[in-house]
Ligand binder design. Structure first.
Ligand code: PMP
Length: 387
């Protein structure tokens, strides 16, 4: 049967993710040592799992309010005030979602009208472009540069703006580069954002994994709260990827619209996960710190190793990725990763999976044990020597 006539044309025209294509090859091979995943290797802290288990044992298995439990929204409000000096009302300015992923989808769908332009800096996470095009908008890609440590500059932003520009998606700490934006970098952007009356979707899912100073949210800067939707969640900070819980925060008019959409497509985020998340926010500071310290140690090891091998790697100060440059090998990112995979059985992700300007780089996740990392780094070293 030919299904093409039944399928939605917009969704059909979206390209599948470049990461997936690469994983399809990895999955067919045995004995692969992987530095390719984008999730914590830690288990969810026990007291957080226990809170989820307790809720099930007590039969708390019903829908929650559409926005999420009031208690959870209050804990989120307290957490983001304490950590990032953000002020959001638990009653009207926070929406609990199915991961940061749903928050991004719903935010984009609530803001973008057909014909609108969404500014996206790259290399970056893979969902922004497809979600925008599925909303009828188009993305204007801004290439960030290794020479600027992959930070988005005000000049780069200004140069990309047209009269159709409406939304800027800001994604720091960044996947795949590990770049962060410091306060001064964000302040420089704010002038341009305000001058051109843009609205910002700020994906801060890695905010707790910042290794130099504290994370700064753009929404905490003057006159930005009213024009920013902050996306965050539990996946990375609390090692809770499988629980599927995130949240969006913003002006009540926008969060209200997003809640309407969420109500029709999701109803409410998973109940068991919401109980666990309340515990995570109340008593999880120490867990975050322990995991962050461990990532930081691995980060230093991996970045040091790449630089020692002659693959230039700027210092990533956030998330759990490094993004070494492989141009000196003369191979493309895809060739480098494919050959490394076949000859040494090490999986890393070609940088161009995160946008064309990622060509010449590879994404290496250090969300693995030191033993695993040491083995993989040893094999990459051999690979380079044999090239
Ligand atoms: N944003 C970024 C930058 C990510 O890397 C990810 C997951 N890899 C997400 C959002 C979505 O995370 P989740 O849906 O698990 O909260």
């Amino acid at each position: 049967m030919d299904y093409s006539k039944y399928l939605n044309n917009t969704i059909r025209s979206v390209k599948p993710s470049g990461i997936r294509r690469f994983f399809d090859i990895v999955n067919e091979m045995d004995d692969v040592i992987s530095l390719s995943i984008g999730e914590p290797d830690f288990r969810t802290p026990w007291h957080v799992r226990k809170a989820g288990i307790d809720s099930l044992e007590n039969g708390k298995t019903w829908y929650t309010p559409n926005r999420g439990f009031k208690t959870l929204c209050s804990e989120i409000s307290t957490f983001v005030k304490r950590k990032y000096d953000l002020d959001y009302s638990a009653d009207s300015e926070i929406l609990v979602t199915v991961g940061g992923s749903e928050a991004l989808d719903v935010a984009i769908r609530c803001l973008v009208n057909p014909g609108d332009e969404v500014l996206v800096h790259q290399p970056s996470f893979v969902c922004y472009e497809p979600l925008t095009s599925m909303s009828g908008g188009s993305t204007v890609v801004i290439d960030t540069k290794a020479t600027n440590n992959f930070r988005l500059t005000a000049q780069e932003l200004e140069a990309a703006i047209t009269e159709k520009s409406k939304v800027l998606i800001l994604s720091y700490p960044n996947n795949p580069t590990g770049a962060i934006m410091e306060k001064k970098d964000l302040e420089a952007l704010c002038d341009v954002i305000i001058k051109h009356d843009l609205i910002v979707i700020s994906d801060e899912i890695y905010s707790e994994l910042t290794y130099k100073g504290n994370h700064v949210s753009i929404a905490s800067l003057p006159m930005m709260r009213e024009r920013t939707i902050v996306i965050n969640g539990f996946s990375k900070a609390f090692a809770m990827t499988g629980w599927r819980l995130g949240y969006a925060m913003g002006p009540k008019e926008i969060i209200g619209m997003m809640t309407k959409l969420h109500q029709y497509c999701i109803m409410s985020a998973p109940t068991v996960a919401q109980y666990a998340a309340i515990e995570a926010l109340r008593n999880g500071d120490k867990d975050i710190e322990q995991m962050r310290n461990e990532y930081d140690m691995r980060r230093r090891f991996v970045v040091g190793s790449f630089n020692a091998m002659g693959l230039d790697c700027f210092e990533p100060c956030g998330a759990f990725y490094c993004f070494p440059c492989i141009k000196s090998t003369g191979l493309s990112s895809e060739e480098f990763c494919t050959r490394l995979l076949h000859s040494k059985h090490v999986a890393i992700v070609p940088g161009d999976a995160f946008g064309d300007c990622g060509e010449g780089f590879v994404r290496v996740s250090y969300s693995y044990s030191l033993k695993h990392l040491t083995e993989a780094i040893g094999r990459i070293k051999e690979f380079l020597q044999e090239l």
